[in-house]
Write a protein that binds this ligand. Structure first.
Ligand SMILES: Cc1cc2nc3c(=O)[nH]c(=O)nc-3n(C[C@H](O)[C@H](O)[C@H](O)COP(=O)(O)O)c2cc1C
Ligand code: SF4
Length: 423
């Protein structure tokens, strides 16, 4: 994948993709206005900002829940920059280019919540990003010594380590594993305090809304889905990379912003490995708005748009992704730690053409049986992705069963499925 290229309606990404220091940041964005916490939360609510970490939860509701509980004891603010989704690049790109915008959002939240600690979490394998952030934070401390200090903490590079309760466990000195909720982080999180966890892109949008207001934020996108979103566009596109698009853009326009399709597109994985496959013909005209995607059984998730061209094999890609998701179970809940590997093995046998008749029905049944039965949503994402592949690649799966792997499945993988070893 290439480095960042701003496309569409750029607000977060600079027109020229180069790292912005603090002085340049102040010149571009202007100083942070003085807001009371309540005023800022109300403005985020009017803007309709939703989270960019996967679940699209309304930011103002989460900020309000923490702010209400923080009055007596204070709170902790956590920026989630783990970006554990292998096909995603948006968070590290944003932080490399505009770190101070993210810091602004975190500091605004800290002020609204009377936070005792402000922590930015990155994956332990992201050495280059960590070095960039250490330098940017040092610059910030020199230039604005009165601001609260932002701590930089690394957590193991595992898929589930970016989940918010896993981050909290790590910050509480335990292993970075998800745990069952309640208590939810907004009630009891780091050091037993109410804790706000937001994706770093969410904080960057909040910093712009604080400066320019809800009306400005709503001036692009649609009434139901205002503003822009960062997308990691990969697979069969001419210029893969991070694009910033308004929510009312169609997936076809997203692909056009990524240089157009490379090869004949047959399917799109929307939302990443937690997401779902859709036929390209269906996906192309859908907008990024949650409602539009939901009606087609899709969700934007972590903002990955992966295009499958005709000369790649969706069965082989799904086979590798499922194996990755099974390896990444934290092993704490039976249906996830045993069910995902079993489903992945069955799908693998199907991809190799060595499974028995009825296997596709068994895969569909298992994917339903595993879903919703873990402490976190990891198995839900993996099984929804698998179920969508059973539908979208139904004919290809039958061909694999009858004749063995197709010629395209021998090609190099299109989507990354790294073996992660962080503990
Ligand atoms: C298995 C799993 C992995 C996750 N990984 C990340 C991640 O790497 N980065 C992230 O921001 N959110 C991740 N999330 C979502 C977080 O738990 C949380 O919802 C998010 O950080 C909240 O931020 P937002 O409200 O700004 O979206 C993950 C969730 C799950 C279930
Ligand atoms: S559902 Fe899976 S990943 Fe989540 S806590 Fe349980 S075993 Fe771990």
């Amino acid at each position: 994948m290439s480095a960042a290229v701003a496309g569409g309606a750029a607000r977060l990404l600079p027109a020229v993709p180069s790292a912005e220091g603090y002085t340049a940041h102040l010149a571009t964005a202007g100083p942070l206005p003085a807001f009371s916490g309540d005023e800022l939360i109300a403005e985020l609510g009017r803007a309709g900002l939703t989270g960019h970490g996967g679940a699209a939860f309304p930011a103002a509701l989460k900020w309000q829940a923490v702010a209400e509980r923080s009055r007596a004891r204070g709170a902790v603010v956590v920026g989630d920059a783990m970006e554990t989704e292998p096909a995603s690049l948006k968070d590290r790109t944003l932080l490399a280019l505009r770190p101070h915008l993210v810091f602004d959002g975190m500091l605004l939240a800290a002020s609204a919540m009377r936070a005792r600690r402000v922590v930015l979490c990155v994956a332990s394998s992201s050495d280059a990003l960590a070095r960039t952030l250490v330098a940017a934070l040092a610059e910030r401390r020199r230039a604005a010594p009165h601001e609260p200090r932002i701590e930089l903490v690394t957590s193991p590079s595992r898929y589930i380590a970016g989940e918010e309760t896993a981050l909290i466990s790590r910050l509480n000195g335990r292993r970075a594993l998800p745990r069952a909720v309640p208590p939810r982080p907004f009630a009891t999180g780091v050091d037993g305090l109410p804790t706000l966890v937001n994706n770093v892109e969410t904080f960057a949008h909040a910093a712009l809304i604080a400066r320019r207001g809800a009306r400005w934020f709503r001036s692009v996108g649609s009434a139901a889905a205002p503003g822009t979103t960062l997308l990691s566009v990969c697979g069969g596109v001419a210029a893969p990379g991070v694009k910033e698009m308004a929510y009312d853009s169609t997936i076809g326009q997203v692909v056009a912003a990524a240089g157009g399709p490379a090869g004949d597109p047959v399917a799109v994985l929307v939302g990443g490995y937690f997401g779902r496959w859709a036929p390209a013909a269906t996906a192309w005209s859908l907008t990024l708005e949650p409602g539009s995607l939901r009606r087609a059984g899709l969700a934007l998730g972590a903002g990955v748009i992966a295009v499958l061209p005709r000369d790649a094999c969706g069965v082989a890609e799904t086979d590798r992704i499922l194996a990755f998701m099974a390896r990444e179970s934290s092993g704490q809940c039976g249906p996830c730690s045993r069910g995902l590997p079993a489903l992945a093995a069955l799908f693998h046998d199907t991809a190799l053409g060595r499974a028995r008749p009825g296997v596709l029905e068994t895969c569909a049944r298992w994917s339903l049986e595993i879903r919703g039965r873990g402490a976190c949503r990891h198995p839900d994402g993996a099984t929804l992705m698998a179920a969508s592949a059973l539908e979208v690649f139904h004919d290809e799966l039958r061909r694999h069963l009858r004749h063995g792997p197709c010629r395209e499945s021998a090609r190099p993988p299109l989507l990354p499925t790294p073996v992660l070893t962080g503990r």
